[in-house]
Design a protein around this ligand. Sequence first.
Ligand code: DX5
Ligand code: ZN
Length: 590
Amino acid sequence: MNVLDSSFLCLDIGTTAVRGIAHRVRAARIVRSAIHSVDSTDTVFALKAVIDELERQIGGHFDSAFVTGNFGPVVFDMSVQNTRWGGEHKITPGDVRTQIGKITPPDGFYPMHIVPLRYDGNTEKNMSTPVSRTDSQLISVFGVIFYANARLAQIYGYLRRAHIQAAGFFDPQFLLNFTLRTRHENTLFIDLGAAHATGALWTDRGVVWMYKTRTGGDEITRRIADGLGIDCDDAERIKRASMTAFPRDMDRFTPADPAYDFSRADIGDIAMPAMTEILDEIRAAAGAAITKYHPTKIILSGGGADTDSIADYIADIFGIGVQTVGADAAVRALGDYVWGTQAARVRAYQARRDTIAQIGTRLSQMWRIRRPRTQSIPILPSTLAFNMRAPQTYALFRAGGISMIHVDIMDGFFVDRVAGGIDELKYIRAHTRAHLYVHLMTESPAVWAADAADAGADTIVVSGGTAGVRAAVAEIHRRGRRAGIALAPDMGVATLKPILREIDDVLVMSVRPGAGGQEFIPDALRKIRTLAATRRKYNLGFRITVDGGINDKTAQLCWAAGADALVAGSYLAHSTDFPLAVQSLLKNHQ
Ligand code: DX5
Ligand code: ZN
């Protein structure tokens, strides 16, 4: 297989979604990548839709395809094989293969991964590789992950119907371990999937425990649907929008959905016990393995990982810190893994071309960018430039790894134009779990801020210079949201001095508020530098966000000046490849 000059496709086939990532590689360099996902229980349709879109973005057909996902029931086993030679014997690769060949799968199962955990000879224990040692006996211990033949046959069927021939199948936890586990850290992987949740414990030697629960996120949806007498599609949508592990008092009074009269708390009352059952099942099954291997970290993936505050909830149950890697983690890990297997050939190629230094730096930069992000991407698309009523916009944002959205609201008084509004904000809130950073270009900021908080804003920024800024900030904090102040181009940093200590965010306007697509005003850089210096000097905690005229060039100037996050409207909206455009705005991108 030569992926060094080709396009390769990675697929994560779940029960309710198919996710894909594709890389186009030229001369051992990834020159183009795209990521796309489709939610549908019709797997063949979803596969075709993902492939079509990725081929369009990559500009060509795929040469090879690799698959991970939900392949149904698993059986995990530790297999011990023992061969005695009745005398001294030099151990060959053939002997090791024979040991592996002795592993017999349970009825109807296929060994997806056979991970050597340990080799022991008669004279030597814990050999990492026994080949070419001389001994009279070889004892091998393997961790084996078996998948059900019937389910794999079904996946083959889906792929055939979508005209895909897979070059390799991988268990998702195997991939996440490969790309995300830190060396010497025993790690518990929990994947909250739709059909079931999976737990797996990985150590430096390999996988030592694995378990799938009987039910998953679909069961939570079913209980909401049954409990409230609504259909499953609505239940799924409302679950995603309002389920939270730690409900707030307010949730009793906050409607879960405009179309129904039950509250967010009603959803939580049904959903959280179901979620807790799933987690308790994993906890009970993992008990012995946790006691023996003391995992120091939980890595959380799958659709359920998007549930509000679920990471803290799981950390409480298990008493172990949780890192959330998001729903795309498995497919990204697959991409990294496949590319990682080429590392040696990439190096040889580079050596031949005598450009090791140059390409190496570039590859390492790509690595950094494509690795699944554990923290949010500090790029906020501005709603002014996108149609927020179109489902494609949300798919696009997901594909780009967006986790914060900048919602522009203009009241027609503070600026000449009317745009956005509380209804629009509510609509956005119902369609994404992203952090909503609301930019109020309005008079009466306290009134607007209260409405924005009710509509689900996470950060609320009011325009500096309007009447009642201080009251608005207090109001925002009273409602438990992040508060910020926007600094217009004609306002100096000094005007913020009295209130800097009280706010969470300063939005430096690098264009005149009122319209997208304007040119970046360089004076904003001086303000960013002053704010960053003031923050350092007085040990303050606000973040610096920059809004207006951001493109791949001005972005780098802002990062260099000390910005923490950037808002981008027209640059992202006019890009032909949204995920790449997002990446081109990240720090030090070349
Ligand atoms: C301007 C808005 C910005 C704007 C940014 O009044 O606050 O958020 O949409 O758009 P671009 O990036 O195109 O300048
Ligand atoms: Zn804005």
